[in-house]
Design a protein around this ligand. Sequence first.
Ligand code: SF4
Length: 221
Amino acid sequence: MMAQKIRGKRARRVVSDAEKAIGKVARAAMECRDCDIWARATQTVFGEGNANADVMFVGEQPGNKEDVIGRPFVGPAGQLFDRALDEAGIDRKQVYVTNAVKHFNSTQRGKLRIHKKPNATEIAACRQWLDREISIIRPKIIVCLGATAAQALLGAKFKVTEQRGKFFESPLAPLVTATVHPSSILRAGDQNSRQEQKRQFVEDLKKIAHHLPASSKRRKA
Ligand code: SF4
């Protein structure tokens, strides 16, 4: 009887200290007004994923869909990112994803909101939240996706086109690297160049997978 009662109870998931800390910071970020971007956006889109992740991916800013839904990497670029991670053998559930800027920066064109690159002042204002995510998660590898994240974390002179796929030591994490943002692959002019850029992106992710423990890798079917 007792055993049945125990079996009938839903297993309670233990919430780690890192998850609690990230939740607290995310709630604080919802109220942030430290630059002007918030006024044009729907809501703060904070990072999410495994709070004990070995690898953290940092993009530029949430896109239109992320802004509406309130979660990062759920739009078309996020879906491409998911497929590329899978091809590279990295378990999506074991990574943490976030952005250098937590609100969607846009300009209005008719009824459309068009992506607008955040400026240096806005990126600097938002750095407080990224630094807190890094200090809580303490990833072994930080991966910058695109020039905005790479220049924010690796210096203004960093060139993704020339230095992608290389690993750097940093006070932020034992290894920091950069590759393109998946949205740049979607913008490629034709199907062939899209496929080639996706192939190169997956190659960069495979190099990252090489540095990760088995627990961060996708189990082979
Ligand atoms: S973009 Fe960053 S700094 Fe600016 S209001 Fe949003 S959370 Fe705050």
